[in-house]
Design a protein around this ligand. Structure first.
Ligand code: GLN
Length: 308
């Protein structure tokens, strides 16, 4: 980290600018339980590899991780399945919304990448095939990366999503028809909805993702989570696919690999330096946190540090 910068003061200046200049976004409501969140929440937490940290606002308040968990599911599936994984899912940006169908039929049920819904459903299918008790084992994996061993799912959110899961059901049925889903679709969807329902704070999120800034090794425990090469590839996929049809815009304006979720969270990685998590529930038209995105753009601009 740049020792001449007062990060706490910078967070507060940028947060103020974001609060006062942006028009409101829209909280996700296609999952009914998500619409109950207070739209004005705003939190930021940065954990540096030298284990200094900086925070602002509601950084210790829990929110719904949603699609950010797709990265953690990918890490676990990649660990288990190795390079065979790429026979079932691609690594190309989608340029379409997170729950889109348009490319899936043309690509014979092979999703463009693991960070859109179809891709994460295939990853979930792979984990269901390999894990004895998928929900429990995934939670154990995430807890092993976190300093909070009590992290948990929200069955309230998972069940709410299940009750309105029309698009995800259609995606998984289409892939099943192409033979790219091996298990019972209801079992896979149930697992997927629980992954998305994980409740997490900005602090926890930035700590959990820090191994991807540390080339695959957990900086707290020194345990190797994935190889350096796999860590590079996960970051590359986040860079190209982490924001769906806004991935280019995020690269262009923020310049870090990252991942968003419709709960309003964004996590971004600066390899060799830090992991930062931002939460603001109001989303832009592409389903990414409006204020979170702008905050990160101003942060990498002001600090003049990105991967480029
Ligand atoms: N659980 C959400 C869904 O499947 C995740 C979407 C997201 O965060 N972009 O629709």
């Amino acid at each position: 980290m740049n020792t001449t910068i007062n990060y706490n003061a910078l967070f507060s200046t940028i947060a103020h600018e974001v609060e006062t200049t942006l028009s409101p976004g829209k909280v996700a409501d296609y999952i009914p339980e998500l619409s109950k969140v207070n739209p004005d929440k705003f939190g930021v937490y940065l954990t540096a590899l030298n284990q200094t940290h900086f925070e602002f606002g509601d950084a210790n308040e829990k929110f719904s991780i949603q699609s950010i968990s797709k990265v953690l599911a990918l890490v676990l599936a990649y660990k288990i399945e190795g390079e065979n994984l790429w026979n079932r899912v691609g690594v190309e940006p989608s340029e379409t919304p997170f729950n889109s169908f348009v490319q899936l039929e043309n690509n014979n049920g092979i999703p463009r990448n693991p960070l859109i819904n179809s891709g994460a459903l295939v990853i979930s299918d792979i984990l269901v095939s390999h894990l004895k008790n998928p929900k429990k084992d995934f939670l154990t994996f995430v807890r092993s990366l976190s300093n909070n061993k009590k992290l948990n799912y929200s069955s309230r959110i998972a069940e709410s999503e299940k009750a309105t899961s029309f698009r995800n059901a259609a995606l998984i049925n289409l892939m099943k028809s192409f033979g790219n889903i091996k298990n019972d679709i209801h079992v896979v969807m149930d697992f997927y909805f629980y992954l998305c329902s994980l409740e997490i704070t900005c602090k926890e999120l930035s700590e959990i993702f820090l191994f991807l800034a540390n080339y695959g090794e957990n900086p707290f425990t020194k345990e190797r989570i994935i190889s350096t090469s796999k860590s590079k590839r996960i970051n590359a996929i986040m860079q190209l696919c982490g924001f769906y049809d806004e991935a280019g815009e995020f690269s262009f304006k923020v310049g870090l690999p990252g991942k968003s979720g419709v709960g309003g969270g964004i996590v971004a990685i600066h390899p060799g330096k830090y992991s930062i998590a931002v939460w603001s529930p109001e989303l832009n038209k592409k389903g990414n946190s409006k204020k979170g995105f702008k905050f990160l753009e101003l942060f990498t601009t002001e600090t003049q540090a990105s991967i480029f």
